[in-house]
Every structure is written in C-alpha cells, then in structure tokens.
Design a protein. Sequence first.
Length: 96
Amino acid sequence: VDAATPETLKAIDRPLFTDYWERLMESIDALREKQMRTVFRLTLVKGKNCDEIDGYADLVARGKPHFIEVKGVTFCGETSKAADIKMSHVPWHHEV
C-alpha cells in the first residue's frame, strides 16, 4: 500500500488505469476475505506519504491484515523524471 489517499497514490505510483483507487479498494476488500494470514506493506516516502497516518489506519481497518510491515523507500539511484524520487525522500529509521 503505497499511499493512503487517491491523490498521493496517483503521484507516487503513476497508475495506468483511471480506476486505480477503486482497484486498490477491491484488493483490500479481497484480502480481508482471505482465509489465510495477510500482510500490508507500507512503503513510506518522505515528503510524499509519511504524514497520512489516519488514512493508513482507515485502510488497515478496512483490510484487517494480520501483519503490517512499514518500511522506508529504497533509493536505487536516479529514476525516471516522472517518479522524482531522490535520496532526500528516504526516511530515517526513527521517521519510519
């Protein structure tokens, strides 16, 4: 789960489909119904999605995952201009 709002998800993931948020919600609902352990992986990008705690809490309440993994984005060198991820977007451990 890369973002807690449709606007942030669009900015971070640059989705191909116009119904990207609805697709994410359908996926979260499907995970809730699984009869096995599930996990949400939250990838935090400083300055882009780290301040969306309440939104993430709403998504977790909706999906009811058994586990939540929170991690900072990994900088892998220069990316495309569209992604615009820089080393300054990598959160420090205490920020995660």
